[in-house]
Design a binder for this molecule. Structure first.
Ligand code: SF4
Length: 314
């Protein structure tokens, strides 16, 4: 049996997370989750505040809401860095090629993508809102919103992390096969992701299937292009429980005449617990995986649904 191959994701990360003591006070953010990704991902590090010359350590900056005009101000000196940050962000983001995702620092006025505090002008210390984005983070989402983008804090949640990794690995493998577009590769990619896409979004699975069938006989490059545009939409929301259960039952069907009644009963009990949020999807997946390997069910073995990303990241 062939081992499943994973492309190495290319991820832009806020440099202060695990990599460099570049925060305003010279500290580094510790993230056990990100630490686990080192070695599996190819990271591209960026610290927008250092890049615009603010220095380390530095006086902190804040986002000030001046009647809807959001300014990046260094509170103690009143210096305004809004245009420097905007220029750096535009230049940096437009220089990026072949990336699959971002991991950005939570709540930072530069890197944050949500829950960033906006302050009123003047001396007031209390924020008027804590629902905004940082200046760099906002531009990253606007340009690369279809990729896998998360903050290091949210990745501590198992369901958010599973979704992020699933999307990231699906996109990175597609990026890899897109480097040398060939219809056979696209058909294989679509077929291996069938159960995964089915669990996420059946109508997009069908739409992608039509693109893969290439009824208009587009060129290979334009077929890949169409597929690439639609692919991220599969992951626009987390997997639906009902669809996941369908996929699991469908897979069980492959072994219906090979398992003992006790084994089947145990699986259905585990599935029931999953449906009632009393057990994780990984338990059902692991059970099925043990039978896939035991009965050498090659078609299921190739389905990314059962191992959407490397096991060491689970
Ligand atoms: S949050 Fe962003 S700008 Fe702030 S220290 Fe980290 S990488 Fe630099």
């Amino acid at each position: 049996m062939k081992e499943r191959y994973f492309a190495k994701p290319r991820v832009v990360i806020s440099k202060c997370i695990e990599f460099s003591p570049c925060r305003w006070n010279g500290s580094v953010i510790s993230s056990p989750v990100v630490k686990k990704f080192i070695g599996s991902f190819s990271f591209l590090l960026v610290c927008p505040e250092s890049e615009i010359g603010l220095g380390i350590p530095r006086k902190p900056v804040r986002l000030i809401d001046k009647k809807g005009d959001i300014r990046m101000i260094q509170h103690e000196t009143e210096a305004d860095f809004t245009s420097e940050m905007a220029d750096f962000s535009d230049n940096f983001l437009s220089s990026l090629k072949k990336i699959d995702g971002f991991i950005l620092k939570d709540r930072s006025p530069s890197c944050g993508i949500k829950d960033v505090k906006y302050y009123p002008p003047g001396e007031k210390k209390q924020p008027i809102s804590s629902k905004g984005s940082g200046l760099f983070g906002e531009k990253a989402v606007s340009k690369f919103g279809s990729l896998a983008i998360e903050t290091e804090g949210r990745l501590n949640d198992a369901a958010i992390r599973d979704h992020f990794l699933t999307k990231l690995y699906a996109l990175s493998y597609f990026r890899e096969i897109s480097a040398k577009p060939a219809m056979g590769k696209l058909v294989e990619y679509h077929s291996e992701n069938k159960y995964l896409f089915m669990a996420y979004n059946q109508s997009i699975l069908r739409y992608l299937g039509k693109i893969t069938a290439n009824p208009g006989k587009d060129s290979v490059e334009s077929t890949f292009q169409k597929y690439a545009e639609k692919l991220p939409h599969v992951f626009s929301r987390q997997m639906r429980k009902g669809s996941v259960v369908n996929v699991l039952q469908h897979a069980l069907g492959y072994f219906s005449d090979k398992l003992t009644s006790r084994e089947k009963k145990y699986f259905l009990l585990t599935l029931d617990k999953f449906t009632q949020n009393r057990s994780a999807l990984s338990e059902c997946r692991s059970l099925l995986m043990s039978w896939i390997v035991r009965f050498e069910e090659e078609y299921l073995l190739r389905q990314t649904f059962f191992s959407p990303y490397p096991e060491e990241l689970i």
